[in-house]
Design a protein around this ligand. Structure first.
Ligand code: GTR
Length: 323
């Protein structure tokens, strides 16, 4: 009788146990860029590494093209656990974690190599760790080139040419201050709304790197592109503290390591796409304005630096000291 009962129990419980074991942990990652964009490819590489290293136990589903919302709204949802992961620019992220502003100050990095030394070194690693009290787990960084002004009105050769132009900025106080310090009128709005705002004249211009200028087709409606390289804004991959802390410490570490290991892949994809974007934009007949002396541009940024908190000033100094 007892044996029979045991067999029946086993038959009933086994499939349930097996099923429970086989069911993967699924995490959703929100990405604003479309499929095929180098950063989205970086997300997929991150997901691939996580799947491979967890033997399929952890699956990251990438939702590209703002399917889960625009950046600021996505960050809010990550903060309260409704979205598990996202890759965003640190500009909107800095509204949630102010010290991130130190990493997007104008003309801060000497070049791309300097930025990567900072991000992959102790300063960058510490910063990723410091996001927890705000409800985020910092996982890694991606490349995003340098941002340049573009507009539909006139070629911008000096900061004075920007005067009075309505320039779209990310939803970031620092970026508003930066554009205002150049004498333009900053207009914050989500990325997805910029094309029609340019087309209808709600704004005269915006600013972004070559890949975004090209992939959004903004170059079709704002053909003056000035290579002033006012800022390098790193991209960040963050997880939701609420959702990731449900995983074991080992799995959290696996995810963190995978994000970090996807960086070089994304950077290589970025470099290739940046070149392609540049070629396409030039071929389309846009007017590209080179800036040989950035000194007058940098000068105008001094008050913005002076306004930053002590904490940010200290971080800026540390960043500059990285050789
Ligand atoms: C891009 C960045 C996006 C988004 C966008 C914007 O360079 O990769 O995440 O922040 O800029 O200007 O809104």
């Amino acid at each position: 009788m007892l044996r029979k009962l045991a067999i029946v129990l086993m038959l009933v419980l086994m499939p349930a146990l097996l099923f429970a074991q086989a069911r993967p942990i699924v995490l959703r990652l929100a990405e604003t860029h479309p499929e095929g964009y180098p950063t989205t490819k970086g997300d997929y590489e991150f997901a691939r590494l996580v799947k491979e290293r967890s033997n399929g136990r952890i699956i990251i589903e990438v939702y590209a093209g703002s399917q889960l919302g625009q950046e600021k709204a996505v960050i809010e949802q990550v903060q309260f656990g409704a979205i598990d992961l996202t890759r965003v620019s640190i500009s909107p992220m800095a509204s949630f974690v102010p010290r991130l502003n130190a990493f997007q100050m104008p003309y801060l990095y000497r070049d791309e190599a300097h930025m990567w030394k900072v991000l992959k070194g102790d300063i960058g690693k510490e910063l990723l760790k410091s996001l927890e009290p705000f409800g985020f787990i910092g996982l890694g960084w991606f490349e995003s080139g340098a941002r340049n002004f573009y507009n539909s009105k006139r070629p911008i050769r000096t900061p004075a040419d920007l005067k009075g132009l309505k320039i779209r900025v990310q939803e970031s106080e620092l970026m508003m201050g930066l554009v205002a310090a150049f004498g333009a009128v900053p207009t914050p709005m989500p990325f997805g709304e910029v094309y029609s705002a340019l087309q209808t004249g709600v704004v005269d211009g915006a600013e972004n790197n070559w890949p975004s200028y090209f992939s959004t087709s903004h170059y079709e409606v704002a053909k003056y592109y000035t290579l002033d390289e006012h800022t390098r804004v790193p991209e960040i991959i963050v997880g939701s503290k609420i959702s990731l802390s449900k995983l074991s410490k080992a799995d959290q570490e696996l995810i963190r390591q995978a994000a970090f290991d996807a960086i070089d892949y994304q950077r290589a994809e970025w470099a290739a796409y940046e070149k392609l974007a540049r070629d396409k934009v030039v071929a389309a007949g846009c007017q590209i304005i080179e800036i040989t002396d950035k000194t007058p541009w940098m000068e105008l940024m001094k008050p913005l630096y002076a306004r930053q908190s002590k904490e940010i000033q200290d971080l800026i100094e540390k960043i500059r000291a990285v050789k």
